[in-house]
Ligand binder design. Structure first.
Ligand SMILES: Cc1cc2nc3c(=O)[nH]c(=O)nc-3n(C[C@H](O)[C@H](O)[C@H](O)COP(=O)(O)OP(=O)(O)OC[C@H]3O[C@@H](n4cnc5c(N)ncnc54)[C@H](O)[C@@H]3O)c2cc1C
Length: 668
């Protein structure tokens, strides 16, 4: 079956419509039979005080069939899993910003290969009754199944193909962020580091193939307890032995590798790229990657000690650990690359960890599906939840401006970010572009994406009342799980400081604005002028205390300002609905309301009016936009569905009895 590229949204809609119709009117002989039925014990109570909701979009209401009554897998199988993405257009230095509409459509509008998987027991079965070990193993199993659904090749990972982008931004990432973390480490950091060496080392193919199919757990060990963002000074040593092998050693607790999950809890053999300092005849030859077996899935290898860290708040459990090496002997084949001392130690270090910057871009791209799912759950809740209006009639809370505004903003943000990600990824994978610029684009995208994600996810959750404080409604969990993306694969504060410093001192430049007179471009230019003025005032000393005092706090807003402008340009060039662009623009103006009032010539009232008009224009499309995001099959939030709510209540622990208790009051 070929991929429907021309009208992917129609194609997706057809799949869902068929599933919906079949589930409501199962045909004899269809696969909607007992084998595929999930029966939920409905509560005998009237569990909801809500009146039935009349949905404008029946398909949005039809979402309630996911996980209920019958799941017609045949209808889902109409999605094409053997997807062939279009290749990004060849690079042209003069057209750095050239949008690629076909690629955009393929990445964001073709059906996800995980649509069917999201309905399987592996993802639907409640996990709260499992032990920590069982839940950890479940995260690994889910990661493997997601990768199976995509069937990437080593080349997809090496060359950062659009299939790799799609995997990293799949909606299932919002269901289990732990699985996405594992995939990101295994595919991007481990395979992305090892694969370039395989061209001259065919022996590496075996381990690459096993990592690809998740038969092993593959890790990347850079960070040490004593050396996080200054990892260039890490302490783990790999000393060359007389027979050509190496002795891997952690000289102190500060050298313990931290965060990579290395224990036998996955049940899989564990192999890692360990970044260590190469010592040859007592001399420091710089930081190098070594391929090291850590465990066989039952126990750790000799000399390797892992101490499992407790689960991260809100996150799906992974066995993040502290890992130490006690004089572990490695063969000479463990070293990836040559023994020779590099001419430029700094450049060599950054090329050794080059896949971290790919993670900077693609891991932050996962904020897009996370926002989509949060929007779906918050919108469904807000449509269902009713209060008595001024006229005495029931009214859905979605009608309140304070309720639908954060939903509309988040929708506008993820559409604009989708366009920006395709553009950023196209530039990032192009080796003809200055590596510093490629890294800079990744940082700019991450700064904007995380800013929008963190603000919106909280605002969406704040509108869900008490339901919002529970992980099972997915928004809080997503917020906690993805908060770590601000630190993992490039701490955004420090990335922004580094980039702002390099741009200020003119080491290289990013693409300049297409329309220098647009409000966001004027804002960006003014912020940079302000920072440059500061720099001139203290004599251009970028390693000074003045720089620390005055420029560091400006760095993140400077990079976010570039991000807003680039994101909006990408959205306009990708023909994103102008109503969505208008709301996005009004949102970023309000992010620095003071500047626009002081210098941009837009009063506070005018800024609010811009936002109000953009929201008015978009409001009639809200339900359609929520439905088109495709997050419904990935929702398991009881607050978002009458049926899931009933199931949830029926499974709660019940307390009742015959007791009577005198509370000591006398009759009046
Ligand atoms: C979910 C998750 C998964 C991870 N997986 C891996 C993995 O697989 N492999 C791996 O090796 N590591 C992994 N890490 C670790 C990650 O790479 C580090 O957390 C990251 O590099 C930052 O190091 P640190 O946490 O030690 O921060 P620190 O270096 O302790 O910095 C803490 C804070 O100090 C400030 N700071 C530090 N330096 C500067 C500076 N130069 N200028 C200004 N401010 C500064 C910043 O505010 C920074 O946030 C993971 C982390 C997370 C959260």
């Amino acid at each position: 079956m070929s991929v429907c590229l021309r009208q992917p949204q129609t194609c997706l809609r057809r799949v869902w419509r068929r599933a919906w119709e079949t589930n409501h009117h199962p045909r004899p002989g269809s696969s909607a039979n007992l084998a595929t039925a999930e029966v939920f014990p409905l509560s005998t109570w009237t569990t909801s005080t809500q009146l039935p909701v009349v949905y404008k979009y029946p398909l949005l209401a039809g979402r309630e069939l996911w996980g209920c009554t019958f799941i017609n897998l045949d209808s889902l199988k109409t999605t094409d899993h053997n997807m062939l993405p279009p290749e990004p257009k060849p690079f042209d230095a003069d057209q750095l910003n050239q949008p690629d509409q076909t690629l955009y459509d393929w990445v964001w509008q073709s059906p996800s290969p995980t649509l069917e998987l999201a309905q399987s027991p592996l993802f639907k079965k409640p996990a709260h009754f499992l032990t920590l070990e069982e839940r950890t193993r479940l995260t690994y199993e889910r990661a493997k199944k997601i990768c199976d659904a995509y069937s990437l090749t080593v080349e997809d990972i090496l060359l950062l193909s659009p299939k790799f982008w799609k995997l990293q931004t799949d909606p299932i990432a919002a269901v289990d962020g732990g699985a996405l973390t594992l995939i990101s480490i295994q595919y991007n950091l481990f395979m992305g580091t090892v694969a370039p060496f395989a061209a001259s080392r065919p022996d590496l193919q075996w381990i690459l193939q096993r990592a690809l199919s998740f038969e092993i757990s593959a890790q990347f060990m850079l960070t040490e307890v004593g050396h996080g963002l200054d990892a260039r000074n890490l302490e783990t040593t790999a000393t060359l032995l007389p027979d050509g092998g190496f002795e891997l050693h952690s000289p102190s607790w500060a050298a313990a590798k931290c965060m990579p999950p290395t224990t036998p809890r996955s049940g899989l053999p564990v192999v890692a790229v360990v970044i260590a300092r190469l010592i040859v005849e007592g001399e420091n030859y710089g930081v190098r990657p070594f391929l090291v077996p850590l465990g066989d899935g039952r126990e750790m290898c000799k000399g390797v000690v892992a101490k499992a860290l407790p689960p991260r708040a809100g996150a799906h459990p992974i066995d993040h650990s502290l890992t130490l090496f006690n004089r572990v002997v490695l063969p000479n084949s463990a070293l990836l690359g040559s023994l020779e001392k590099p001419r430029n130690e700094r450049d060599h270090f950054f090329s050794t960890i080059q896949r971290v910057s790919a993670g900077t871009l693609f891991l932050s791209g996962a904020s897009i599906p996370a926002l989509k799912l949060a929007v779906y759950n918050a919108a469904q809740f807000s449509l269902r939840r009713r209060v008595t209006g001024h006229d005495g009639n029931p009214m859905a809370v979605i009608k309140f401006r304070t309720q639908h505004l954060p939903i509309l903003h988040a929708i506008a943000q993820y559409h604009v970010l989708q366009a920006f990600l395709v553009q950023a990824a196209t530039i990032f994978r192009n080796r003809k572009v200055d590596p510093r610029v490629r890294h800079a684009i990744a940082t700019v995208f991450k700064a904007a994406a995380l800013q929008h994600f963190q603000k919106s996810i909280k605002a969406l959750n704040d509108g869900c009342g008490w339901h919002g404080y529970y992980e099972h409604n997915q928004i809080l969990q997503s917020e906690l799980e993805f908060r770590a993306v601000g630190t993992a694969e490039g701490d955004i504060r420090v990335l922004a400081i580094r980039l702002a410093s390099e741009l200020l001192i003119g080491r290289y430049q990013l693409p300049s604005p297409k329309d220098p007179n647009s409000p966001v471009a004027l804002h960006e230019a003014a912020l940079w002028t302000e920072a440059k003025t500061h720099l001139i005032e203290f004599g251009g000393m970028h390693r000074s205390e003045d720089f620390n005092r005055n420029i560091l706090p400006l760095s993140l807003p400077l990079i976010q300002a570039i991000g807003h402008r680039m994101a909006l340009e990408a959205a306009k060039e990708t023909n994103i609905d102008s109503k969505l662009c208008a709301l996005y623009e009004s949102g970023v103006i309000l992010e620095d309301s003071a500047w626009y009032t002081e210098q941009g010539g837009i009063s506070r009232r005018a800024q609010r009016e811009m936002e109000a008009q953009a929201a008015d224009a978009l409001l009639p499309d809200l339900e359609r936009l929520v439905y088109e995001a495709g997050a419904a099959p990935y929702s398991s939030a009881p607050m978002a569905s009458e049926r899931l709510w009933n199931t949830f209540v029926s499974e709660l622990e019940v307390f009742s009895g015959e007791a009577s208790f005198d509370i000591g009051t006398s009759p009046v």
